[in-house]
Design a protein around this ligand. Structure first.
Ligand code: OXD
Ligand code: MN
Length: 601
């Protein structure tokens, strides 16, 4: 399948939505001069434009149309096999000083980087169409909403951005004609999709992004990780708000009392599943609704945190998604979905490992090769994805378009940990919660290239996404806490603890409602918890475990604190803080001492 495609010629009335803002026109003119495309396609985000582009993408072999009876209006894209995940080693924060990027980011000097990238972009779009995509992140009427423009030579990017963002006229309107308005400049070119020329570069001080050499979503949908998190976090600190790698969900009791919760888990650790959770039968009358599955932008109002989801769609990991694990996701991706790197069945349907039902007797795998259940290779890439509009989600929260955001009662951190971390515990206060987030760790997944299954520290799940010095990021969190008169309670969860024989102790998915309910009860003032060295812990009886098929022994194990494991954990925290070379705020160093001290009592 082709990533790189020749120029397209749109009919009159398509591709000519040139905005009036002179700053945008000047910038596009500069990129045109540099990259020398055959033509410019100004996107307006309309249905007509989308239909035209889908047809072109099919003709150019960039997309395969799926069986319209099985998955209506849906398509499959296969990326280059060398280009299937985010590339953290080629992702750069190009601040004027290395110190501003801090110890957890790759830094590259801005002037040198611009000049290197200009060299790579020189004539890069010759014979191709250059698409200009206006988009907004956030509900149209939110004070948090940001405008971005992405230039790209990939039709797949345009089609994905239409799902993932509010794209086109709405952005042009929001920007207006003010040449000094704040907006993000994003340039993407596939070049020749060569890992040796693959760079994802951020210039936060210029509100600019340049991404070359990749066609994989996380590297090229510049709205998402690049703007909403890396540049977003930089802007958030300057402007006094928060850009976080968090899902947002609403949870409503049978009596109609509603809370909103935001939760940070590293990539491919179940944020989408948690955001779309369906409570088990025992919780009849409880409803969980989705505001967002990946990113939260939060502002402080009246001493509380309010969150919006800046995105308009979900870009989720496909393998493992089933009616058992996530029925709402399954319903969301049954139509109007753009799949990447899943398998294609002989009847034009999609298939992946973990989908309900028996595997097909024959399929075409994600690389385009024949596949049968006897094949050694996976049919779908472990990081294969769906891009689907959030409107497809049957559990979409009614307040998702609310510009002021939804009030957050609880923040939850969590990672994939086989041991040490109990199912759930609650921080003593905000600063302790910041410490828990700052020392979070998780076993690595296929969402980024590199070894899978290794425990790495991933503060607030932002290690790959914090666009500035992580020490200043921690300081920003602590400062926000001081401005909150009704701060959310902070929790830590771990759905992935294993017992004897390496078996998961907790069933996860819908049963995570039991943990969520305990957290919500705590927000409501419940005292069903005991104090422990690491925070407030539920006793087995404090959790509603009715009709749950998990032995009591396993629940005790799930909630247990193994002192030896925690000594290793404490040493891990210290090692991580040491590795940051002196940027960690004093408050967090003190939190570590306090935690160590509580174990000695
Ligand atoms: C994602 C990621 O795609 O975190 O959301 O990698
Ligand atoms: Mn993510």
């Amino acid at each position: 399948m082709k990533d790189i495609a020749p120029a397209i010629s749109p009919p009159a009335g398509i591709g000519d939505a040139k905005p009036a803002n002179q700053a945008v026109l000047d910038w596009v003119g500069e990129v045109e001069l540099l990259t020398k495309p055959e033509n410019i396609f100004w996107c307006d985000g309309s249905e007509r434009e989308n239909n035209f582009l889908l047809e072109q993408a099919e003709r150019q072999n960039a997309l395969i149309k799926l069986n319209d009876k099985k998955v209506p209006r849906s398509y499959l894209h296969r990326s280059n096999p060398n280009d299937v995940a985010r590339v953290e080693q080629f992702t750069f924060i190009c601040t004027p000083t290395k110190e501003e990027a801090g110890p957890t980011n790759n830094w590259s000097e801005p002037a040198e980087t611009y000049s290197k990238l200009d060299g790579l972009l020189q004539g890069a779009m010759r014979g191709r169409t250059m698409f200009v995509i206006p988009y907004i992140m956030g509900p149209p009427d939110s004070p948090l909403t940001k405008v971005g423009f992405e230039i790209t030579d990939s039709i797949y990017v345009v089609l994905s951005m239409r799902i993932m963002t509010r794209m086109g006229a709405v952005a042009v309107k929001r920007l207006g004609n003010d040449a000094n308005a704040e907006w993000n400049r994003g340039v993407h070119s596939l070049l020749d999709v060569n890992p040796a020329r693959r760079f994802i570069c951020h210039f936060p001080q210029d509100n600019a992004i340049i991404s070359v050499g990749s066609g994989y979503g996380g590297n090229v949908l510049l709205s998402k990780k690049c703007l909403a998190l890396r540049i977003g976090s930089y802007l958030a600190r300057r402007q006094g708000w928060m850009a976080e790698h968090m899902l947002i969900l609403g949870v409503e009791s049978p009596e109609g009392k509603k809370h909103y919760v935001a939760a940070a888990f590293p990539s491919a650790c179940g944020k989408t599943n948690f955001a779309m959770l369906i409570p088990p039968k025992h919780f009849r009358g409880w409803k969980v609704t989705t505001v967002g599955d990946d990113i939260a932008w939060m502002q402080i109002r009246e001493g509380r945190l309010f969150a919006v989801n800046p995105e308009n769609g979900y870009f989720g990991v496909v393998p493992g998604t089933s009616y058992k694990s996530n029925p709402n996701a399954m319903k969301s991706i049954e139509h109007d979905t753009l799949y990447t790197n899943v398998a294609l069945t002989d009847d034009g349907d999609v298939w992946w490992e973990g989908k309900d039902g028996a595997p097909p007797a024959h399929a075409i795998d994600w690389r385009g090769n024949d596949w049968t259940p006897a094949s050694k290779e996976k049919a779908a890439h472990p990081n294969s994805r769906f891009a689907t509009p959030m409107r497809n989600n049957p559990a979409l929260d009614a307040n998702v378009e609310k510009g002021e955001g939804v009030p957050i009662s609880a923040l939850i951190f969590g990672g994939r940990r086989s041991d040490t971390m109990p199912l759930v515990f609650q921080a003593f206060d905000w600063d302790h919660g910041v410490y828990i987030g700052a020392t979070m760790a998780s076993e690595t997944t296929a969402a980024a290239t590199g070894a899978v299954g290794q425990v790495r520290r991933d503060p607030m799940a932002m290690l790959p996404f914090c666009g500035y010095n992580i020490g200043d990021y921690f300081r920003h969190w602590l400062k926000v806490g001081k401005r909150l008169t009704s701060p959310p309670l902070i929790f830590n969860v771990n759905w992935f603890r294993k017992g004897e024989g390496g078996k998961f102790l907790w069933p996860g998915f819908g049963d995570n409602m039991r943990v969520l309910k305990w957290a919500i009860d705590r927000c409501e003032g419940s005292d069903a918890a005991v104090e422990s060295p690491i925070g407030w812990l539920p006793r087995p009886d404090d959790l509603d475990l009715a009709e749950l098929d998990v032995p009591h022994k396993s629940v005790v194990e799930l909630l247990g604190i193994d002192h030896e494991q925690w000594q290793r954990e404490l040493a891990g925290h210290q090692k991580f803080f040491d590795s940051l070379g002196g940027v960690v705020p004093q408050e967090l160093l003190e939190q570590r001492e306090k935690l160590a001290g509580r174990f000695k009592l």
